[in-house]
Design a protein around this ligand. Structure first.
Ligand SMILES: Cc1ncc(COP(=O)(O)O)c(C=O)c1O
Length: 303
């Protein structure tokens, strides 16, 4: 990783990265009253130009999150878009970026305080998952995915991530790379930080939006690319045991990108190697995020 982030945007102003601050008793910290987006910008290998992938969709989801949180006077879509672009430009990166855009309550108060709202946007280098080529070992977690009527599963609220955190720590303690979380009624939901796909008999399957998933931008991208590549796609409820009999399993998310899962509960998925449809979709995803194809140009915002 060649570059380092020296600046961060806090409330619209570029400041030295290490100088960003928030009071420890701020409601965003004390009660987890914060929403965020994880976004990536990719460099085109031929032009050396960076573009942000599906920025508008991330900003739309953030808007929904801020509305749900009942934030006072939330920053506008234009301010957030500018914040993302500034966070990249100010650091002059010479490679891919991961961008965290976070909006939180920065004043002190109680559980129900809804302002004053503050925000930060940080563009940082981030390693790709080392196992995105060889495949990941997953387990079905004994923790269940947060239920939508307990925590707002559809909203990227920082507090939601406590559930993913404990499931991931447990999975790693038990020798796996990551957990797969089921819904309370035992259907497949998603992983701790990415959505899940199965391939059975050539059909690309992902759990429905009412499976307590985060409505993932990458999931939508993969559904579109799968259809364009000629694969039948199904959004439907999926059983736990389908994970063991599937021909292929993979996960997808902005941070994790598209990575094969090659074992579930130590049982190999098919022959235990990344499957052909997974690899084809991984290549299609790579082309579209980097702009080595002309397709879906509207998904790439030049920096
Ligand atoms: C819990 C969870 N599910 C799914 C995803 C994938 O969402 P997206 O593709 O919008 O990044 C994420 C974030 O990356 C996540 O944190």
């Amino acid at each position: 990783m060649a570059w380092t982030a020296h600046s961060i945007i806090q409330n619209g102003k570029a400041i030295p990265f290490e100088e960003a601050s928030i009071h420890p008793l701020a409601v965003g910290v004390a009660y987890g009253a914060a929403v965020f987006e994880g976004i990536r910008a990719y460099m085109n290998p031929a032009t050396g130009r960076l573009s942000v992938f599906r920025l508008e969709e991330h900003l739309a989801r953030l808007d929904q999150g801020m509305k749900f949180m009942r934030f006072d006077d939330p920053p506008s879509r234009d301010v957030m878009r500018q914040g993302v672009l500034d966070s990249i430009r100010v650091n002059e990166p010479d490679g891919d970026c991961y961008i965290r855009l976070q909006v939180h309550i920065e004043s002190r108060g109680t559980q129900v305080t809804t302002g004053k709202v503050g925000w930060v946007c940080a563009a940082i280098p981030r390693e790709r998952n080392a196992k995105r080529e060889s495949g990941l070992a997953a387990c079905v977690s004994s923790w269940t995915r947060i239920a939508d009527n307990t925590m707002p599963a559809r909203i990227k609220a920082t507090a939601n991530y406590h559930a993913g955190r404990i499931a991931t720590l447990q999975a790693k303690t038990d020798g796996y790379d990551m957990p797969i979380l089921l819904t309370r009624d035992g259907k497949v939901s998603e992983t701790a930080a990415a959505c899940l796909f199965l391939v059975r008999d050539g059909v690309v399957i992902t759990p429905t939006r009412d499976s307590d998933i985060l409505e993932s931008v990458t999931r939508d991208t993969v559904l579109r690319l799968a259809a364009e590549n000629g694969f039948p796609v199904e959004e439907r409820r999926a059983d736990r045991t389908e994970l063991y009999v599937a021909d292929e399993v993979f996960l997808c998310g902005t941070g994790q990108e598209l990575s094969p899962i090659t074992t579930v509960d130590r049982l190999p998925v098919a022959n235990g190697k990344p499957g052909p449809i997974t690899l084809q979709l991984q290549a299609a995803y790579e082309a579209v995020v980097r702009g080595t194809t002309d397709a879906h140009a509207a998904w790439r915002t030049p920096v």
